[in-house]
Design a protein around this ligand. Structure first.
Ligand SMILES: Cc1cc2nc3c(=O)[nH]c(=O)nc-3n(C[C@H](O)[C@H](O)[C@H](O)COP(=O)(O)OP(=O)(O)OC[C@H]3O[C@@H](n4cnc5c(N)ncnc54)[C@H](O)[C@@H]3O)c2cc1C
Length: 353
């Protein structure tokens, strides 16, 4: 089936997580007309907040740090708008589930969204000028192709529908890197890309993560300020969404470690849920679990970080990959990578350098 005539913009950004939105913000500041494509119904990517029964739970990123000036400005704006706040200056740490608690607090602020972690990306999105940036949610990019004068992004179509195509002079891919490589492959673009850059991208992989959200009938045994970090063992984190202040009823978020989650990735969800609940029994205390939800993140956290803020597998047309696998990990690293990539692309599209 042939594709329809493409819409043309200056830039397309694939992914409306923190890095894609930060990139779109920089592109708008350069005056570039930009479309952001997001396959999910909502924005935020791995900064994800979900309602489970009567509770509200962050099930991806739990908190973020602010070490760089560039990200500090974004956070200061979001704080002024009431979207984010400091949570604490550290969490109780355990060497493993059986070890004694080490005291919380190292003097560095851990931040969170006021009503959930998605508040920060939502604030970034709200600040984007409507005349320059359009965010299309529920739209999955299916393939990326290179054509004369630019890029072509084919959108996933429902059965029987003609696939729509968007055209742009430049492209930023902010999804986890294996997904970006799949998009190049689907559009037969890999052969036209810089081989060394593609090799670098192929070297990036991610740990998976099971996130189990539990709604309790009474407060948990997680000590203040509501987070436990485990240095080793099957659980890496237990967060208390009531103490954090985003849920009005007691609710925990448990994260399986990378090894635990990889070994059981295709296991029966009910057995993974039962295992995590049993491992966390001491922190659930005597509470009864009144609701539960298990989420499986395939690409939770990168195992390899490329030292540059972006990798560009094509200079003409300009294409770049960004996100938390570049420059620095986690929320802050992703935001800084997105900012740097949007600035780079804006300069190329506006000044040609
Ligand atoms: C369980 C878990 C716990 C974490 N804990 C922390 C923490 O406590 N602190 C911290 O700082 N970081 C934490 N992180 C990491 C942090 O969430 C990420 O580093 C950061 O959110 C990554 O942002 P990003 O924009 O690079 O990618 P993402 O947030 O993954 O955004 C990419 C977006 O691209 C979209 N997308 C993908 N493919 C397509 C397509 N084909 N078409 C359209 N859209 C597409 C996705 O839906 C997604 O919204 C955690 C992550 C997980 C999963």
């Amino acid at each position: 089936m042939s594709a329809t005539t493409p819409d043309h913009v200056d830039a397309i950004v694939i992914g409306a997580g923190i890095s894609g939105l930060a990139a779109a913000s920089e592109l708008a500041q350069a005056g570039c007309r930009t479309i952001v494509l997001e396959k999910s119904r909502g924005i935020g990517g791995r900064m994800a907040t979900r309602r489970v029964g009567a509770a509200v739970c962050d099930h991806g990123a739990q908190f973020f740090t602010v070490r760089t000036r560039a990200f500090g400005a974004t956070v200061a704006d979001a704080q002024a708008a009431g979207a984010v706040r400091p949570w604490c200056d550290g969490f109780s740490r355990l060497a493993d589930a059986a070890a004694a608690l080490e005291s919380a607090g190292d003097g560095h602020a851990r931040w969170c969204g006021t009503r959930g972690m998605t508040d920060l990306p939502k604030r970034l999105a709200a600040g984007l000028p409507e005349n320059l940036v359009e965010i299309r949610t529920g739209v999955r990019a299916a393939a990326v192709g290179i054509v004369a004068g630019g890029v072509m992004v084919t959108l996933e179509a429902k059965e029987g529908e003609v696939p729509r195509v968007l055209g742009a002079r430049g492209l930023i891919l902010s999804c986890p890197v294996p997904q970006s490589l799949d998009l190049f492959a689907a559009g037969h673009a890999l052969g036209a890309l810089d081989g060394a850059a593609v090799e670098t991208l192929r070297g990036i992989d991610y740990d998976p993560c099971f996130a189990l959200m539990l709604v309790l009938d009474r407060p948990s045994q997680v000590p203040p300020p509501g987070g436990l970090q485990f240095a080793s063992g099957p659980i890496s984190w237990i967060g208390d969404n009531l103490q954090k202040g985003i849920s009005t009823v007691p609710a925990l978020t448990l994260h399986g470690s990378g090894d635990f989650s990889r070994e059981r990735f295709d296991a029966d969800p009910a057995s993974v849920t039962a295992e995590l609940e049993s491992l966390a029994a001491a922190w659930i205390g005597g509470a009864t679990i009144v609701d539960r939800s298990l989420q499986r993140w395939k690409f939770a956290q990168p195992r390899v970080i490329v030292p540059a803020p972006l990798v560009s597998p094509s200079a003409t047309p300009p294409i770049a990959c960004c996100g938390d696998a570049f420059k620095g990990p986690r929320v802050e690293g992703a935001a800084c990578s997105g900012q740097a990539t949007g600035r780079w692309m804006g300069r190329l599209l506006v000044d040609g350098r």
